[in-house]
Design a protein around this ligand. Structure first.
Ligand SMILES: [Ca+2]
Ligand SMILES: [Ca+2]
Ligand SMILES: [Ca+2]
Length: 137
């Protein structure tokens, strides 16, 4: 039974990776251009993976309200713009989202926002991901 449950939890993120709605969670403020500029620390017009994960790390620790180094479901909600299914991020199913698990979730988002697949995010890619979210409202 436990083995089945664990297998199921591992399968969920893979399925959800195809849900385009999840691509829009990159934007942490309501102004995508401002969010982009904050993330683009060397101001070269692109957010590369190092800048992206630095930003993701900041968001993780800002959301960790009780400072225990992991996110519970309420804290995870504070970390993402769109409601995210907790079990899809908590891949080992222990009820807590670690930074590594959060990175896994954000890695899928990065790939979805990076439309042209050049491994960096342009402002256009971030803004268009944000616009799609607005249209869905
Ligand atoms: Ca940059
Ligand atoms: Ca976990
Ligand atoms: Ca790109």
């Amino acid at each position: 039974m436990m083995r089945f449950v664990a297998g199921f939890l591992l399968a969920v993120p893979v399925l959800l990776a195809f849900d385009s709605a999840r691509a829009q969670e990159l934007v942490m403020t309501h102004d995508p251009k401002q969010a982009f500029e904050e993330a683009d620390q060397n101001k070269d017009g692109f957010v590369d993976p190092a800048e992206y994960y630095e930003r993701v790390t900041e968001v993780f620790y800002e959301a960790d309200a009780n400072r225990d180094g992991t996110l519970d479901p309420k804290e995870l909600d504070a970390a993402v713009v769109i409601h995210t299914d907790f079990s899809s991020v908590d891949t080992n199913g222990d009820g807590r989202v670690t930074l590594i698990e959060f990175f896994g979730e954000r890695a899928r988002t990065f790939q979805q926002v990076d439309k042209n697949g050049d491994s960096v995010l342009s402002e256009d890619e971030v803004v268009s991901a944000f616009k799609k979210k607005e249209e869905k409202k």
